[in-house]
Design a protein around this ligand. Structure first.
Ligand code: DHK
Length: 164
């Protein structure tokens, strides 16, 4: 089954109470529950994480190399500032789908540019919590199909004797 890391940046732990007019009323836990429900029906495995600091997000991206097939990433404010996260995305060699709850292009001018989006496989934004569900579908579409597992030796039929 494909494995997708859903990674969240700073202040997203406050979703639900933080500027609901901009980010909606769903908490991060509610978004996680919706993503997990969709992952179940799409037959993939998800891990969900949130970090407020840039270095911890870099570490989480590095760690994804050992587990994930793709990453859905909301770098939040670091989208607009972080060369370190941009470099980490480039370094890990995994497809990364950048998501935003708000439409960053319809907001303040400093939000209209994303350094991380330039190295992401694609960007989804402006759909509130739905951006994460669309992001999961997009990430899945980018996963390499895994090779089919070998048959276990026990399922191989025993050789028949050629004697008649
Ligand atoms: C979330 C944030 O915290 C902002 O800093 C970004 C992003 C936009 C979002 O819409 O998910 O500018």
């Amino acid at each position: 089954m494909p494995r997708i890391l859903i990674l969240n940046g700073p202040n997203l732990n406050l979703l639900g109470v933080r500027e609901p007019g901009v980010y909606g009323t769903a908490t991060l836990a509610e978004i996680e529950a919706a993503v997990r429900r969709l992952a179940g029906s799409l037959h993939c495995v998800v891990r969900f994480a949130q970090q407020n600091s840039e270095g911890a997000l870099v570490d989480a991206l590095h760690a994804a190399r050992g587990w994930a097939d793709a990453v859905v990433f909301n770098p939040a404010a670091y989208s607009h500032t972080s060369v370190a996260l941009r470099d980490a995305i480039s370094a890990i060699g995994l497809p990364v789908v950048e998501v935003h709850l708000s439409n960053i292009h319809a907001r303040e001018s400093f939000r209209r540019h994303s350094l991380t989006a330039e190295v992401a496989a694609g960007v989804i934004g402006g759909f509130g919590a739905e951006s994460y569900l669309l992001g999961l579908r997009a990430a899945l579409s980018l996963c390499e199909p895994r090779s089919t597992p070998r048959r276990s030796p026990r399922t191989v039929p025993a050789k028949r004797s050629l004697k008649r």
